[in-house]
Design a protein. Structure first.
Length: 278
């Protein structure tokens, strides 16, 4: 059923607004900030994570245990689909990058810096760094919004996908530094395997030798972050030239997006083969 749900999620994403309606984080974030401010819980942020992440995940698991045996699992399918769509990343990555692409294509560095900070919260000291940071943003957001979620969904089901997204929300919206640190550590553990699988996919659909050189040093490293690794592997796979203003700089973003699309095709083909073999 996992592969069917993954296909349905793509159709829903392309042809409906269900994702925007489901991804309403306001209530969860307000509860997070409320619990962080509680005098009883402020000194023990693990309890906040248990209440807002572990408890919903346990309830979801119990619901699936009840629904899976009924009607050959068909009643559980809508739950799988809703949880997967909720667990995908927030926003529209390409739409968010649109104003930056237009400004960069015109060579207007001041406007590009303004819209990058406004739309995607990317800042840099100069134009060269700005484009590099936007490239890194594109790779990281594509990974954490899509690839990490579908990896954990396919491997362990909606419980793992929901856990990943709730941890990401805790990292993004948490105000207690200790809580954010704990959530980051747990998310780092979640990211370790899928980010390396995506880097290996980049090697298959991009410059194999360049990615291999990157992975030779970082494959088993626990210290490097997922964002750093995916940026190194993606830029190596796409064979990006030094940052340039104008259409040449925009073409580097196009090259990275095409790389991500090819990697997604590889993943779905792998999921299909795995499903058939099982």
């Amino acid at each position: 059923m996992s592969f069917v749900v993954l296909l349905l999620a793509i159709l829903v994403e392309k042809f409906s607004a269900l994702r925007q309606r489901l991804q309403c984080d306001g209530g969860w974030v307000r509860e997070l900030n409320k619990l962080e401010a509680s005098p009883k819980l402020a000194k023990n942020p693990w309890w906040v994570l248990i209440i807002l992440i572990l408890l919903p995940v346990i309830l979801l698991g119990l619901l699936l245990v009840v629904l899976d045996p009924v009607a050959y699992g068909l009643l559980a399918l809508p739950v799988h689909l809703v949880v997967l769509i909720f667990s995908l990343g927030r926003g529209d990555l390409l739409a968010d990058l649109g104003p930056f692409r237009d400004a960069w294509r015109r060579g207007d560095l001041q406007a590009a810096a303004h819209v990058a900070e406004r739309d995607i919260s990317v800042r840099a000291e100069n134009g060269e760094q700005l484009l590099e940071h936007v490239q890194a943003h594109l790779l990281w957001q594509a990974y954490q919004s899509f690839f990490a979620v579908i990896f954990w969904y396919f491997l362990l089901g909606p419980v793992a996908a929901l856990s990943y997204r709730l941890l990401a929300l805790a990292v993004e919206h948490g105000k207690n530094p200790e809580l954010v640190e704990h959530a980051q550590q747990m998310r780092h553990a979640f990211d370790w395997l899928p980010v390396r699988l995506l880097a290996a996919s980049f090697a298959l659909v991009g410059n194999f030798a360049a990615v291999s050189r990157v992975m030779l040093h970082e494959l088993l490293s626990w210290e490097i972050s997922a964002a750093q690794l995916i940026n190194k592997a993606g830029c190596a796979a796409a064979e990006l030239a030094s940052p340039q203003t104008g259409p040449e700089g925009v073409s580097s973003l196009d090259a990275l997006w095409e790389l991500l699309l090819r990697a997604a095709v590889v993943w779905y083909a792998g999921f299909a083969v795995w499903t058939l073999l099982l």
